[in-house]
Design a protein around this ligand. Structure first.
Ligand code: SF4
Ligand code: SF4
Length: 345
């Protein structure tokens, strides 16, 4: 593994030289404790000590709304043209929880049938990770799901070492950038500073729920019929905010927008939410998850049980966004504590 050094005073020239190559987005303060990823041209536009942004960087890989197909109805038949809006983009300052979220989306969209729109965007994204040296807030559970340490999924990864960043180079693209900027390699002293920082982090980032993560799928086997889901459902407003902000939620709906003269149509896909009443409604009027409690159960099982069975990983990155945003005060960590208590595992 290669490590290089960037003096903090040179961060601005790093961002500017990246911006000459492609559009750069990074974490920017919006108001109070709210941060968003948005386009930046200089380093001082960014807030590098940020708690998870309102929306995760998935919005650049799977936009909230996108055209996927143009259709023309002509006398000799229907002509289809796939449409992928796409540009080269660098996402700077992605925390490890959000890197983990992108890895989850990557797994799902590489599964058959592959999602060409996601894959093409992913191909064009240059990802610069940024280490959290300390805890963001009480909603995070990255200790539980072990997403607080870098585990791939980036081109470059920055760790703050005081007056400099140590940069882990993970891809050919990352290496080319670092070489073009002539960033010096890290010295053994700087490498041991990084090791020390990671040792300190292991002491700070504790498992927040105090359950063995390996036992979580077993716990969920025991609580499928629990009253807990009805209790959570009684509070839930079915607004869908929790799934919109989740870095691993990927459900979408597809709409046809047909022109008035019926000569053409655009196929649009947009984010959907399993928390909406109509989500599991099928032809004939049957609704498999009409009650809010059933929909909440589904959401939580889709994070901790079903993806474990299918992909052998949690689809919760511990970012805390769902709890941070919930107007009804539904807190994922509280749900997990109750699941642990009830399952008695
Ligand atoms: S954000 Fe809260 S109220 Fe809205 S759907 Fe999710 S759990 Fe329910
Ligand atoms: S379920 Fe909540 S804490 Fe887990 S990844 Fe989604 S938004 Fe983050």
């Amino acid at each position: 593994m290669k490590y290089h050094i960037l003096d903090k005073k040179n961060l601005d020239s790093f961002i500017k030289s990246l911006a000459r190559r492609m559009k750069v987005v990074g974490p920017v303060k919006k108001s109070g404790k709210n941060y968003v990823f948005k386009e930046v041209k200089t380093a001082d536009e960014m807030s590098l000590k940020y708690i998870p942004t309102i929306l995760p960087p998935k919005k650049y890989l799977m936009p909230e709304r996108e055209k996927i197909l143009d259709l023309k109805f002509e006398s000799d038949g229907i002509k289809e043209e796939a449409f992928i809006e796409n540009e080269k983009i660098a996402i700077f300052g992605v925390h490890t929880c959000d890197l983990s979220g992108i890895q989850c989306l990557n797994i799902v969209f590489n599964d058959k049938p592959v999602d060409k729109n996601f894959l093409m965007r992913k191909e064009n994204v240059f990802i610069v990770g940024l280490e959290c040296n300390s805890y963001c807030d009480e909603y995070a559970s990255c200790g539980l799901v072990n997403s607080y340490m870098p585990n791939g999924g980036f081109d470059l990864f920055f760790t703050d070492l005081g007056d400099k960043f140590i940069i882990n180079v993970n891809t050919q693209d990352g290496e080319e950038l670092v070489e073009s900027l002539k960033l010096p390699p890290a010295t053994p002293k700087e490498m041991s500073e990084l090791d020390k920082l990671r040792d300190e982090k292991r002491k700070i980032f504790k498992n927040e729920i105090n359950v063995d993560p390996h036992k979580i799928p077993q716990m969920f086997d025991k609580v499928y019929e629990s009253k807990l889901w009805e209790e959570v459902g009684n509070k839930c407003l079915s607004c869908g905010n929790c799934t919109n902000v989740c870095p691993t939620c990927y459900c979408f709906d597809v709409d046809e927008k047909i022109s008035l003269d019926m000569s053409s149509s655009e196929r649009i896909r947009s984010w959907d939410s399993c928390q909406f009443e109509t989500f599991a409604k099928v032809a004939g009027g049957e609704n498999f998850r009409k009650e809010r409690g059933l929909r909440q159960r589904h959401r939580v099982y889709r994070k901790f049980k079903f993806p474990q069975d299918k992909y052998n990983r949690f689809f919760c990155t511990g970012c805390g966004r769902c709890s941070r945003t919930c107007m009804a005060g539904i807190n994922l960590k509280d749900i997990l504590v109750k699941v642990a208590e009830e399952s008695k595992i």
